[in-house]
Design a protein around this ligand. Sequence first.
Ligand code: ATP
Ligand code: MG
Length: 448
Amino acid sequence: MAMNIKRPNGTEDVLPKDVHKWHTVEKIARETAISFGFSEIRIPTFENTDLFLRSVGETTDVVQKEMYTVMAKETKFTLRPEGTAGTIRAMLQNGLLNEALPQRVFYILSCFRHERPQAGRLREFHQFGLEMAGSASPAADAEVISLAKTILDRLGLRNIELHINSIGCPVCRAKYHDALRSYFDARKDELCDTCRERLVKNPMRILDCKSPICREIGKDAPVILDYLCEECSDHFDKLKKYLTKLGIDYSVDPKIVRGLDYYTKTVFEFVTTEIGAQGTVCGGGRYDGLIEQLGGQHTPALGFGMGIERLLLVMDKQGCDYLPVKKCDIYFATMGDAALEKAMELSDQLREYGFYAEFDLMGRGLKAQMKYANKIGALFSAVIGDNELDSGKIKIKNMAEGKDIEIALDKDFTNNFESLYFTTVMNGLEDEKILQSGNVIKENDNNG
Ligand code: ATP
Ligand code: MG
């Protein structure tokens, strides 16, 4: 019996009927990032495991529970759980940080985390992300947040809140860790096993634990904002000032610590309540220590990652617009082999001009071919048979209106089709314009 193999849990197929949604997000994100001076980078899907241990952090959920690691010929490799570590590794390895700063790169890639699959939480998911290296200025933080916000706005998303926090630098963090340790020590026995270990190694991680008990205990924990040193506190104040200047609404959430260890100073999340519990569509922040930690010179840097599946969940929910799906421009219905060969030749010429042309590949009868042309929503169709071949003329039928226009099968065929095409499309637009100005006139009438 043939085996019916299904896709692994927590993975998704993107079907042809939905791929335009992905193109929409990718196009808008790409163009926006480029307009802020970012260039695209592409990095490997797997890296040496040590890269993630050293950057993401040994006490994080990602490293402790979620990495896909394989042992291959005595070397441990891990499927990337996020994009920052690999991107910084690539920048260092290729000397990008010796070039003009800030270095700005973005990426669109898949990430792998062994999590419990649910809506908005997958084992293979996709991120649009970016990193900016070289600037310590809070203006860079404002720039990166503004870029993320611009993408969300251009996608037409609404009701997405920006939450920001500062988690300080190693200087302020030391005092804060002491305060957290004495707070959680009192209720040590109630914490989950992982967090009891974190209490010793990295108490701030407890605040990011997903266990309800640890969350409850963490509610009254001291907040980092009360422990910021002067430099971090100034940095945070300037960022808030810039965001206000840019007209970007935000709220300060002193509980955000983020799930990756490399963050310093600014952390932020864009959050919606419209897609259930997994409502963080974008998370990011500053990581001034990471580049040094990975063997580079001390270089302040920052970035974010946006979950594309989560963005699409919200876009679907809110009925946002997607890029239009390209429909068939012309379908040739053929009768006989000579007609089929003509259809091949004409399609070839039209495709050269960028048109989407199709003809029958199924050996269907004429009626069934026309039914098919309707089904795929072809803008025009043309029948080719012996009559057309003899007369050297074909009738191009506008499928929506049923009207047709005759075009000669000569060297001007493609040009003539192109004029017909654009006249038709323009007429469509003209109709829309009339409709719009009609509305305006009505509105004026009501007002006056
Ligand atoms: P969460 O708190 O939801 O687990 P995170 O802090 O682990 O998120 P990051 O590592 O900052 O997330 O990743 C950036 C973005 O990638 C998230 O804001 C989210 O949109 C998306 N993301 C993270 N994990 C997943 C996942 N398992 N499935 C789908 N999207 C994800
Ligand atoms: Mg997570």
